[in-house]
Design a protein around this ligand. Structure first.
Ligand SMILES: Cc1ncc(COP(=O)(O)O)c(C=O)c1O
Length: 398
């Protein structure tokens, strides 16, 4: 179908929650390149919103998924699933967690983490601990509890009153954080680098203070690693980058390399709060999703993909800082690994994003001034050179 035909069908039948979409539709991809329906090829620095960590058409992922599809896609967790046990083992052996649960998306993972924290305090006889502290401009998902967790009024407004009590504190405001935690607080939930609102890293001091408050008051620390995790920041998880150990952390996006997989992981004494019947899922942890997760984790940990994200990410940030020094149009470059925000010093992000597209580059645009750069983690230095030189030309022309 042509783009116009797809658009006509979409506008007639699909619920309009996305508004005017970027006028592209892709038919296939290889490495970091995506081919549109008109045959034009684009280099993708967005990766389906920080999802496709191994890029497109990854030889091993494709082969193993085809093999799994030909055997069995879904059986349900009424039965044992080999891949579930294996993927849980890999995550536990490479993190501070002792137990894992798999679901299908980021919001579902956060929803599960919130339920687990509540159940933990019920189990301890502290039913009063029902409140959560999160940060302004955070993003935690679109279910009702995760919309309440999200510190952005625009996502909450149509659904008020929201069910759970979430208090939102300014990013890096240590006094505000201290003032918000009280004996009814179940958990502080943090996105260590806020992605959706513009790639804003929390300060190390603030994160360390959050850990201290949790240890002192007994509330739990939940880290939302849905965007920052699975190698994105040049470490397996961003909490490794910050040198902290959360009580519960959540993951999704990169975990399935494009196949929907979410999950949350917890320390043993917290995971013990869930007893049979407390939580569940039909699709979560199915053989296909787990096969994808196992391949992704093996490629990340044993085939140099995390090291690549760290090295190429540092190279990218250096190059962008070099461009910023020369062009006078970039206010700040921030982030970690291959999660990079470029803030312009005027409202040019949308125009710059469109001009980059004309040059064959896909990039995320946030608000009026920010580029969110979250490419596949297999990116090479030569890809970075091409992107930065195209951006230099775009900024000179604007
Ligand atoms: C930090 C964070 N948490 C949660 C979510 C929600 O994930 P999903 O869209 O898979 O439900 C997102 C999605 O962008 C995210 O970036």
């Amino acid at each position: 179908m042509t783009l116009d035909e797809i658009k006509a069908l979409d506008s007639k039948y699909y619920m309009n929650t996305f508004g005017e979409r970027t006028p592209l539709s892709f038919t296939e991809g290889h490495g970091i390149e995506l081919t549109a329906e008109d045959g034009r090829v684009y280099r993708d620095f967005f990766a389906g919103i920080a999802v496709n960590c191994l890029g497109y058409g990854h030889e091993r992922l494709t082969r193993e998924l085809c093999d799994q599809i030909s055997k069995v896609i879904h059986t349900s967790s009424v039965f044992y699933v080999e891949g579930q046990a294996k993927l849980a083992q890999v995550i536990v052996e490479n993190s501070c967690a002792d137990r894992v649960f798999f679901c299908n998306s980021g919001a579902e993972a956060n929803e599960g983490a919130i339920k687990l924290a509540k159940k933990y305090f019920v189990m301890r006889g502290e039913e009063n601990r029902r409140e959560f502290v999160t940060l302004k401009n955070s993003f935690h998902g679109r279910t009702l509890a995760t919309v309440a967790a999200t510190g952005q009024e625009k996502y909450q407004k149509p659904y008020k009153p929201l069910l759970e009590k979430f208090v939102h504190v300014e990013i890096n405001d240590i006094d505000g954080l201290k003032a918000s935690v009280n004996p009814n607080t179940a958990a502080i939930m943090l996105e260590l680098i806020q992605g959706e609102s513009g790639v804003h890293p929390l300060s190390k001091e603030f994160v360390d203070e959050a850990v201290k408050i949790c240890r002192k008051t007994g509330c739990l620390l939940i880290v939302d690693e849905i965007q920052t995790g699975i190698g994105r920041c040049g470490e397996l998880f961003a909490h490794n980058y910050y040198g902290i150990e959360p009580d519960i952390f959540t993951m999704a996006k990169g975990l399935g390399g494009g196949v929907p997989v979410g999950g949350f992981a917890a320390k043993q004494k917290i995971a013990d709060a869930f007893v049979p019947g407390d939580h569940g899922t039909t699709f979560g942890g199915n053989p296909l999703a787990m096969r994808a997760g196992c391949v992704v984790m093996d490629e990340l940990l044993n085939n140099g993909v995390i090291d690549n994200a760290r090295r190429v990410g540092a190279y990218f940030t250096d190059k962008l800082n070099g461009l910023a020094d020369g062009c006078g149009k970039i206010a700040e470059v921030r982030g970690a690994g291959l999660m990079i925000g470029v803030e312009f010093n005027s409202d040019i992000a949308k125009a710059a994003g469109a001009a980059m597209r004309d040059k064959g580059y896909i990039v995320g645009v946030i608000g009026a001034r920010v580029f969110r750069i979250v490419p596949p983690l297999i990116l090479k230095e030569s890809d970075v050179d091409g992107f930065v030189s195209a951006l230099g030309e775009v900024l000179a022309e604007l």
